[in-house]
Write a protein that binds this ligand. Structure first.
Ligand code: FAD
Length: 383
């Protein structure tokens, strides 16, 4: 028998958990699906999950991160006093050039800070446990694990059919690096792989640090030893297709993991001496980055229909956004890159307000921009 829902969210990382949370808060029925056996098994499980301000001159991305950081800190705190570790972060310049840049950033600081050693200390800097927060977010949400979605289809009654088994009015894709469910060439994600590790040490840290890597405050204490988290590395395997992502170990080899672990320890030691370091756990994942690094939130443009209705689009003519054709009741929240724990709650709240109450979504994050850039090159790509 086909099961029916008002909303189905595919992907149980931080993005999907936040979307599910806000939908259920509005008393909407929701099913959260993931191909893995638990929450946060993709990028979200590999994250250091640091929340830290973005420094530099104002631009679209920085404005979004600043608003999202303020939002997410307050939001996470509503789940209890000990959910968010609000220890502050010391941002340290990586070299003399960076030190000069830091001075110019002072004019553009969005959060309270004070000078600390070679860098700046931000009280707002925090760290969160991915497993804890995703569990809390989805406490009241129906979930289906070990369920890989291979096919989605629009039915004549306007509903979406998933794997010929589940029907839903609204379908929300929060699938991270996997964008295969939708055949739209402009909807592309660049995976940036990386790892973070949990380390046992006799060193005591009482804040987060960020220089060329991040070192956390003490997250736990076991057998008289402190547990800290160190992350993260960055790798692009440009020649790897999405099909390969389930076989991570074929390209993210043991050698790379070991090299990265050594590298991360060196970078961490450059911040604070990590005494008697013993690596307890290493996690690998892929950040889903958009081609312009801005998140992708909202309805996807149906490129075939839009081009059919406005053929002059491919000659570079301007067409207003409201004249484009969109996939009805199909939404995405993706492209949160290396800041998923900062951006997701802010953007999920915005998306759910749009789905349920027709509130607008920030222009800069709409998928429309990606379609428009792609369609301009359409002739070039199709000749
Ligand atoms: C090493 C590392 C360190 C990081 N450090 C930080 C940090 O300090 N701070 C920060 O804010 N961010 C950090 N990030 C980034 C952050 O982890 C990501 O931005 C965030 O986790 C993305 O969340 P997501 O829900 O979009 O994707 P994911 O967590 O990858 O979730 C996508 C989910 O979709 C599921 N899925 C995909 N396709 C299907 C399908 N067809 N059927 C069923 N399920 C499917 C996958 O199984 C997966 O669980 C880090 C990332 C990495 C890799």
């Amino acid at each position: 028998m086909i099961k029916e829902f008002e909303n189905v969210v595919i992907g149980a990382g931080i993005a999907g958990c936040c979307v599910s949370y806000f939908l259920s808060k509005k008393n909407k029925s929701v099913l959260l699906i993931d191909k893995n056996s638990d929450l946060a098994m993709g990028a979200s499980g590999a994250a250091g999950a640091f929340l830290s301000p973005l420094l530099g001159k104002p631009n679209s991305f920085k404005n979004i991160v600043t608003n999202a950081l303020g939002f997410s800190i307050n939001f996470y705190k509503t789940f209890g006093d000990d959910v968010l570790n609000s220890c502050g972060v010391c941002r340290i310049p990586k070299d003399s050039e960076d030190r000069d840049k830091f001075q110019t950033y002072k004019t553009f600081m969005d959060f309270e800070y004070e000078k600390l050693e070679d860098g700046f200390f931000f009280k707002i800097g925090s760290v969160i446990n991915p497993k804890t927060i995703t569990s809390l977010l989805t406490k009241d949400v129906e979930k289906q694990f070990n369920y890989k979605v291979t096919n989605i289809e629009k039915l004549e009654d306007g509903y979406w059919l998933i794997n010929d088994e589940i029907k839903t009015k609204n379908l929300i894709l929060t699938t991270g690096i996997n964008t295969k469910l939708i055949d739209e060439k402009y909807f592309t994600i660049r995976p940036v792989w990386g790892q973070k590790m949990d380390v046992e040490t006799s060193t005591t840290t009482n804040m987060n640090y960020h220089k060329q890597c991040s070192v956390s405050t003490v997250l736990d204490n076991k057998n008289g030893k402190n547990i800290i988290s160190i992350g993260a590395t960055h790798h692009r395997f440009e020649n790897k297709k999405i099909e390969d992502i389930d076989n991570t170990e074929e390209f993210y080899t043991k050698d790379i993991i070991e090299e990265d672990a050594k590298h991360l320890l060196n970078l961490a030691n450059d911040i604070i001496k990590i005494e008697d370091a013993n690596i307890l756990d290493i996690k690998v994942g892929a950040r889903a980055c958009s081609t312009d690094y801005l998140p992708i939130v909202g309805k996807l443009v149906d490129s075939k229909k839009s081009i059919k209705e406005h053929p002059h689009l491919i000659n570079g003519s301007f067409v207003n956004d409201d004249k484009l054709s969109f996939y009805d009741n199909l939404y995405v929240l993706n492209g949160v890159g290396g800041r998923g724990f900062v951006l997701s709650s802010y953007l999920a709240n915005m998306l759910v307000d749009n789905i349920v109450d027709d509130e607008p979504i920030l222009n800069e994050v709409l998928p429309n921009r990606l379609f428009k850039r792609w369609v301009k090159k359409y002739k070039l790509n199709n000749c």
